[in-house]
Write a protein that binds this ligand. Sequence first.
Ligand SMILES: NC(=O)c1ccc[n+]([C@@H]2O[C@H](COP(=O)([O-])OP(=O)(O)OC[C@H]3O[C@@H](n4cnc5c(N)ncnc54)[C@H](O)[C@@H]3O)[C@@H](O)[C@H]2O)c1
Length: 255
Amino acid sequence: MKFQDKVAIVTGGASGMGYEMVRLFTEEGGKAVIADLNEKLGQEVEDAFRAEGKEVTFIKTDIGSEESIKSMIDATVEKYGKLNVLCNNAGVGIGRNVVDERPEDIQLMFNVNIKGVLFCCKYAIPYMLKNGAEGGAIVNTASNLSLVASHDIATYTATKGAVASITRQIAYDYGAFNIRVNAICPGDTRTTLFKNWLATKENPKEIEDALLARYPMKRFSEPVEQAKAAMFLASDDASFITGQVLAVDGGMTIW
Ligand SMILES: NC(=O)c1ccc[n+]([C@@H]2O[C@H](COP(=O)([O-])OP(=O)(O)OC[C@H]3O[C@@H](n4cnc5c(N)ncnc54)[C@H](O)[C@@H]3O)[C@@H](O)[C@H]2O)c1
């Protein structure tokens, strides 16, 4: 059991990749907090995992709010006594070119995708430092768009580039305390976020085909493929890996 007696927070854990992270973490003996804005889904997911005998707690959290983040992290440690793993996975993806971006969407994406990651680290790391030599692991969900450009998606791409920089910087600052920080860069994955983004386009089929043409493996990712990479980075199997930004994208960014 890779995560026996370990405690994780997965932001955006009620759906998509985050849901799969919670599933894999608890299958390996860990206890997980689902920190998600979607109360209905979060509660349903908690109930379903508990019915399977897994130790999961849903805490309604807005990753765009510093107060909400702090209170969720304090509540996690109050309930489970410690914090070993933080998956900064919640994200908002609204896609427009820079001229058409709406100021409120820019604000939202900066708040959730960048400030949310920083505030989660700010309030989680002091608890990880209390673990002493055991340290901790942070896994950020960045994006293939941390590495390359795509179609009409200016602000999102900027925020995910920032997540890659945050990953390297915090890894640098906390490596000496055995707190490892890594990121996955998912390729396109048919989650709610992806479907909602595609639905805003006038020509979704054309865009989907153009995207697929960029994948040497000629398919999109499944959420569990992202979660497996995240759980590898969160586990002791990756004990000497830190500051890395790992493309999990079927080769989309190699050419
Ligand atoms: N799906 C893709 O193609 C793709 C590609 C690259 C990166 N990503 C990134 O993967 C991560 C997970 O997204 P997903 O694709 O699994 O989508 P998803 O829509 O299935 O899940 C996202 C979850 O985040 C939650 N969330 C959104 N805003 C929140 C907030 N302010 N506070 C708390 N929770 C919030 C949602 O309620 C949802 O449960 C995101 O960071 C996204 O940017 C997705």
